[in-house]
Design a protein around this ligand. Sequence first.
Ligand SMILES: [Zn+2]
Length: 246
Amino acid sequence: MELANRRTLIKAMGVAWGMALSGTLARALAKAPATLKPDAQSALIVVDVQNCFITGGTLAVKGGEEVVPVINHIAGAFQNVVMTQDWHTPGHVSFASSHAGKKPFDMIQLPYGQQVLWPDHCVQGTADAELAHDLKIPQAELVIRKGYHKDVDSYSAFTEADGKTSTGLSGYLRERGIKTIYIAGLATDFCVAWTALDGRKAGFRVFVVEDACRGIDLNGSVAKAWAGMEKAGVKRIQSSDIELAA
Ligand SMILES: [Zn+2]
């Protein structure tokens, strides 16, 4: 190689290296601020941290129980905590066992759209539907139950899967003066994501605490959920981004 060509090559490599660096810098700057301090207008929403979704439950999410200590830890930073509880009737429409010839994780068409079929889970009044025993958030102010209409599922804590039946949560938060919600729990790609998206629709600032969530991941659904949430303006943060009270 001629010297001039070599110089050009080295120069080009330098430019590429600089671009790579500035890309890293841009990504770092685009990230949420390192320290977030929840105020009186912030609420933590703990989604479906129930026996059914952790090891030993009827619809266990891989590593589901790992979110419990993380959530207990960050909950101390919040003046307002709301918990949700998946709370189905026996024979619920989202159960595969309610549809002849269907098995868990099959899809069906319901009047309100596509529905994944699940194993029977979180049946009202059962130990399976109870909040996880190790979840220690005695200051939680509200437990909102969802999925209790036999013919409609509800992943979101705000609106049932028909897209119009409200759970009342946005009215509650608004009347309490809440403007920002932080979401943690199970599962990232279903109840957490749907709650986050509906939270944005309802006009709240929304953070999802990634390491305080675990996903089910059916055919890449976790990556899809994050893409959808980020597009909707949901901020992806880690528990370490939240400033704990001194
Ligand atoms: Zn359910």
